[in-house]
Structures are given as structure tokens and as C-alpha cells.
Write a protein that binds this ligand. Structure first.
Ligand SMILES: NC(=O)c1ccc[n+]([C@@H]2O[C@H](COP(=O)([O-])OP(=O)(O)OC[C@H]3O[C@@H](n4cnc5c(N)ncnc54)[C@H](OP(=O)(O)O)[C@@H]3O)[C@@H](O)[C@H]2O)c1
Length: 327
């Protein structure tokens, strides 16, 4: 019988890449999330019955225990940017993370991979970053041999980084940025997934800071993206106080609608975390320690950002037609 892994949050951006890799390696995969009906696409990653989306809410002991029953490995890919509601920072990133580790240890799960963040810091002003650090502590207290991955911002087909800014650049000639001078080290989602697979296999444990080959400012990456999507835009670097006013405005709009319209643009907590560089610190264990060569942004983003070009998939044909006219 092949081994069984439970990937909590396996339907999300990062989780699906881990699910696909583990299924390819022959694991039976449980994709555990709150809306398994929206995770049916993961079934195609393996043979019939090999990948099974199941219901799980990490805010509930019974549900997590059932999701982990009989599993050899567990991966936790659940995180949130939501300060309010039931699925808040504390419930998901601290209590939920600790619950998975505690029940995995009690249930005899051999390996646990926990996805944290490069910004994790117990002294951070941002609740996201502080609760990520508290979550790590809760995981290690219950499951000391867990692998903890701390990625910088992650890029790939379904990312919320390049896709978001590329989408905004279609709206008008000005692209406003908060934290334009803050440094990031974007890491490719497949590299993160490869690291997680090593942890699930029991070939690596401990804490790893994951970054790509380039550590540059946010403005630099946005300019690189604009070249790829062939759009000239004025990148306007807003001061943090303007970012805070905007974020509070979006938050108030959400409050006025009773939460019906959620603020997924910019939150006050994100503004706080944007003040701090998000790059691999010196001395940390990295992708290189796992034998993984980090993938270059330039090699990947043209593969999925073409849809934001003025002529979409026809941009290349249009360019070559222009040259024909010159002949
Ligand atoms: N994306 C990045 O750039 C980035 C950078 C650094 C760190 N990280 C961390 O990496 C991890 C994965 O991020 P991601 O971008 O893949 O997130 P994502 O796309 O938002 O996916 C989150 C997943 O968690 C599930 N989920 C949410 N709440 C849950 C709950 N209460 N119980 C069970 N499942 C729940 C979601 O499915 P349902 O909604 O159906 O439950 C979904 O499958 C997170 O911990 C995040 O903080 C991400």
C-alpha cells in the first residue's frame, strides 16, 4: 500500500503544487479544506481515487483528527490575511497550526511540514507576521521534528503577487504602490513544493528560509513585470501613511457592508508588514541546503503573465506582423 499524506489547505495556491508532486511520486493524497467541492480539480493529479478532496476545518479538533487518521505525513498550507471573522489570524495561524501538530503527533503521523512565512517574527508589528511566529512555536512544541518553510512572496501561475499588480496595470496609466522600496526575494511555487516534498519524505527537517535568486525592491519587480506585459505605466510609490489611510478606507467600506464586500485590496496589517524587508537573512538554511536551485523569475512569469498584454496571446503574432510590414 502506498503512503498517505494529508495536505491541509491542499486546494490553495501552494498546496495544489505539493499535492501534484506527491501524487506523481505515488503517494495517496487527501486534500483537506473547508470547500472540498471546489477542490475537485486536484483529483486529476493522480489515478482514479489516488487524490481525494475531503472536508476539514482546522478550527475544529474532530475534523482535523479525522483528516489525519491513518496518514503517514501531513502538510499544513493554511494561512490568512483576514484580521476579523472566525477564520482570523489567531484561529488559523496559531491555534489551527498548533492543533494540526498536536493531533498529528498524537495520531502517529511520521512527518509534518508547516508553511510559515519569511516575515514570521514574535516582535513584529503586523499581526500576520507575529501570529506566523507564534504558530511556528506551537508547531515545534507539539512536533519538534517538523519541517518549517518560511517563504518570501511566492510566484507562479495562480499567485496573488504578479497577477494582482498586472491586473491593476490594466485599469489606468498610474500604478500605485505601497512599500515600493521594501525588498523582497520572490520564490517559485514549484521550488517551495519541492522543499515540502523532501519534508514529507522525511529527508529534511528544521527551519528553512526560502527565497529566489533575486533580492530587490518591490518597485524593481513591478518594473520587470511591466516589461513582460508590455505596458508602460507610471509606478507611483506612495508613502506608508497614505497606504494606511487607503487601507483604513477599504476596511471601513467592508465594515459598512457588514463584511459582504471583503477588503482584499490592502489591509492596515499588510501596510505594517510592507514596512519590513522580506529577504532571506544571513545564516539561515535555504533552498541550497535542500539541494534545490532557485528558479529565476524571468524564466517563469512570461509563461502566465501574457494574458495581461494589450493583445493577450496575440501579442507575439502582432509583433511579428509589424516586422512583416517593414519588409
Ligand atoms: N502565497 C504567498 O505568496 C505566500 C508567501 C509566504 C507565505 N505563504 C504561506 O503559505 C501558505 C499557503 O499560502 P497560499 O497562498 O497557498 O494560500 P491560499 O491560496 O489562500 O490557500 C489557503 C488554503 O487553506 C484552506 N483553508 C483556509 N482556511 C481553512 C480552515 N479553517 N480549515 C481548513 N482549510 C482552510 C483553503 O481552502 P478553503 O477555503 O476551501 O478552506 C485553501 O486550500 C499559507 O500559510 C501562507 O501564509 C504564502
Amino acid at each position: 500500500m502506498s503512503k498517505l499524506v494529508t495536505i491541509v489547505g491542499g486546494s490553495g495556491f501552494v498546496g495544489r503544487y505539493i499535492a501534484r508532486r506527491l501524487a506523481k511520486d505515488g503517494w495517496r493524497v487527501r486534500v483537506a479544506c473547508r470547500r472540498p467541492n471546489e477542490a475537485l480539480f486536484t483529483r486529476t493529479y493522480g489515478a482514479v481515487g489516488q487524490v481525494e478532496p475531503i472536508f476539514c476545518n482546522i478550527r475544529d479538533d474532530g475534523s482535523v483528527r479525522a483528516a489525519l487518521a491513518g496518514a503517514d505525513a501531513a502538510v499544513n498550507c493554511v494561512g490568512t490575511f483576514d484580521a476579523g471573522g472566525a477564520n482570523n489570524f489567531q484561529a488559523v495561524q496559531v491555534a489551527g497550526a498548533g492543533r494540526i501538530a498536536r493531533l498529528a503527533a498524537a495520531g502517529g503521523v511520521s512527518t509534518l511540514v508547516h508553511i510559515s512565512s519569511l516575515s514570521a517574527d514574535p516582535a513584529a508589528l503586523s499581526n500576520y507576521s507575529r501570529t506566523k511566529a507564534e504558530g511556528e512555536a506551537a508547531v515545534l512544541a507539539a512536533f519538534p521534528k517538523a519541517m518549517i518553510l518560511r517563504p518570501s512572496v511566492i510566484f507562479g501561475n495562480e499567485d496573488q503577487f504578479f497577477n494582482r499588480f498586472a491586473g491593476m496595470s490594466r485599469i489606468g496609466p498610474i500604478l500605485p504602490l505601497v512599500g515600493g522600496n521594501t525588498r523582497f526575494q520572490p520564490v517559485f511555487v514549484e521550488d517551495v513544493a519541492q522543499a515540502a516534498v523532501l519534508g514529507a519524505d522525511g529527508k529534511a527537517s528544521g527551519i528553512y528560509a526560502l527565497g529566489g535568486p533575486d533580492a530587490e525592491t518591490l518597485s524593481h519587480f513591478i518594473q520587470q513585470m511591466l516589461v513582460v506585459i508590455q505596458r508602460r505605466r507610471l509606478v507611483l510609490n506612495l508613502p506608508f501613511w497614505v497606504g494606511k489611510v487607503l487601507a483604513n478606507g477599504f476596511g471601513f467600506g467592508s465594515f459598512l457592508t457588514g463584511g459582504l464586500i471583503r477588503n482584499s485590496i490592502l489591509t492596515a496589517d499588510q501596510v505594517r508588514s510592507l514596512r519590513v524587508d522580506n529577504v532571506v537573512p544571513p545564516g539561515a538554511k535555504t533552498l541550497a541546503d535542500l539541494g534545490i536551485a532557485p528558479t529565476n523569475i524571468g524564466a517563469v512569469i512570461p509563461e502566465y503573465l501574457w494574458r495581461y498584454r494589450p493583445s493577450g496571446q496575440y501579442a507575439a503574432i502582432k509583433d511579428s506582423a509589424k516586422n512583416l510590414r517593414k519588409v
